[in-house]
Design a protein around this ligand. Sequence first.
Ligand SMILES: Cc1cc2nc3c(=O)[nH]c(=O)nc-3n(C[C@H](O)[C@H](O)[C@H](O)COP(=O)(O)OP(=O)(O)OC[C@H]3O[C@@H](n4cnc5c(N)ncnc54)[C@H](O)[C@@H]3O)c2cc1C
Ligand SMILES: Cc1ncc(C[n+]2csc(CCOP(=O)(O)OP(=O)(O)O)c2C)c(N)n1
Ligand SMILES: [Mg+2]
Length: 596
Amino acid sequence: MEISKAEIASAAAAGARTASSTEPKELMGAEVLVKSLQAEGVQFIWGYPGGAVLYIYDAFYKQDSIQHVLVRHEQAAVHAADGYARTTGDVGVALVTSGPGLTNAVTGIATAYMDSIPMVIISGQVPTAAIGLDAFQECDTVGITRPIVKHNFLVKDPRDIAMTMKKAFHIARSGRPGPVVVDIPKDVSFKKVAYAGYPETVEMRSYNPVRKGHGGQIRKALQLLLGAKRPYIYTGGGVLLGNASNELRTLVDMLGYPVTNTLMGLGAYPASDRKFLGMLGMHGTWEANNAMQHCDVLLAVGARFDDRVIGNPKHFAQNERKIIHIDIDPSSISKRVKVDVPIVGDVKDVLTELIAMVKESALRPDAQALASWWETIEGWRGRDCLRYEHGDGDVIKPQYVVETLWNMTKDVETYITSDVGQHQMWAAQYYRFDEPRRWINSGGLGTMGVGIPYAMGVKLAKPESEVFCITGEGSVQMCIQELSTCLQYNTPIKICSLNNRYLGMVRQWQEIEYSGRYSHSYMDALPNFVKLAEAYGHVGMLIEHAKDVEPALREARKLKDRTVFMDFRTDPTENVFPMVQAGKGITEMLLGSEDL
Ligand SMILES: Cc1cc2nc3c(=O)[nH]c(=O)nc-3n(C[C@H](O)[C@H](O)[C@H](O)COP(=O)(O)OP(=O)(O)OC[C@H]3O[C@@H](n4cnc5c(N)ncnc54)[C@H](O)[C@@H]3O)c2cc1C
Ligand SMILES: Cc1ncc(C[n+]2csc(CCOP(=O)(O)OP(=O)(O)O)c2C)c(N)n1
Ligand SMILES: [Mg+2]
């Protein structure tokens, strides 16, 4: 028998009334947990039940302020909460059971950790007395997750739940953000304790992230910046995490210097602005990478000199430049590249101070040197490195799909999630992100499978906005089961699968680095994605010709309340260019197949 949504809602509301009218003096650990989440203002939690968390699920049943989303796989619970966090800046929350629930969540936790995303993951654990006895569905959650979390807790006493949650949220969102795991044994969620309310403040003697940068260092940075002949501003995910896009824009406007974003920083500075040189790095633009190599003063803001950005460090070090690095995490500084002026602090605070100093300073950028630097840059830009062959007009070029989508949606609030592979790079290169937190993807871990769950998390956070997931036929199959969750919770997303029948990014590497030995990168026996989408209760579309790309996207967008799966049959042999090969310097780029 089907239970209607209205019946579920009225049962939940009745439960909530009962709970508040007969407020017990003592609460079960699970109830304290729910109260803690409410006190933190949590609106959504993504999870999957099991024995060790059933008291927690029972406590959820008796409240109606937090919406629980039942996913189809714990990995997706963490990814969806992570996508929500990336879009909103709030802490994303997921709930999983012990043993396999937790191990399924590991990929999601590691993904969030690598990109510094604020999250709290609650896991059930076997009863305290059974820990270490190879109990049913036991695993060492604290041990397994230790290297992939900012911090983790095993709560042994229900009296500690509220303070542990307070600490968990504080750690997750402050300083360099990251995921925090709270492991709660079943007896701890069952036992009753006197609940005196959620703590208002938290103090951790050993944890005090610095926000304000050192004034003397910022002054040194100012001198260097204003004395530069070939300045460059290299910005990353830290600008988004620190909500400092406005400050970045102000600084760039004041100075008139060229700026680039990492893959994680796209949208931190408007891509349509002339001062933006595009993404840098392995698949960055010719002008962005050349400016990185040839600048004389580099201001790095919330970016961590990743190996995909620096390329061969010896090549990077060939040119002398002064480097200023603003980062909230002291361990990020001089980790991969030695810097001259480290500034530990929150990017928003530091940029605000830097802007004030620029205003006060009598010095101004060297206009003549800057004009000549821009001339050089325009020369690099003139190579138009993102130009691509449109082919014979019938075959669908993947870049064309992304470009068309951008043209159609650039004036409306649109969020793009992606999976991992060539399609991810084309999305980053051809969709121009002008606003922060609109581009949601996995950079550090590069996790295939995030696309649909990310889109689900984003759509719940932004129900009025358009949410597209740009994916590949390989990646999308890694969390395809979540199409079912999309239907249940009415999160209508639009999936653009750039289906090249290959694990394209692997195929590209095999073509270029392994002399074309395509070992296990061809996907035979793919499902009929149109029927699959329909089987899940959604709309499926097969698009095989270039002329049909735009009409298909238009039609899909019209179906506002439906999830639409667009299976674009794209050119199977297309490669992502520019490309920096393994071991090469960032200006030793392949710009097209003619360079192969
Ligand atoms: C297939 C594939 C290809 C890729 N190719 C490229 C490429 O071509 N180019 C590219 O750029 N990347 C590429 N990446 C991504 C790459 O692996 C890294 O994830 C990315 O370069 C890191 O970006 P980031 O330096 O901005 O660091 P993030 O991981 O975003 O780190 C943010 C930094 O900011 C700091 N921070 C956080 N909050 C604050 C704050 N409030 N104030 C100050 N500092 C703060 C953190 O401590 C950290 O050091 C690719 C990934 C994949 C999967
Ligand atoms: C979970 C996981 N396994 C393996 C990889 C290695 N990998 C990176 S890209 C890629 C191919 C992705 O194929 P597809 O989703 O079809 O995207 P395409 O590159 O064809 O656009 C693979 C296997 C990964 N990043 N993540
Ligand atoms: Mg593919």
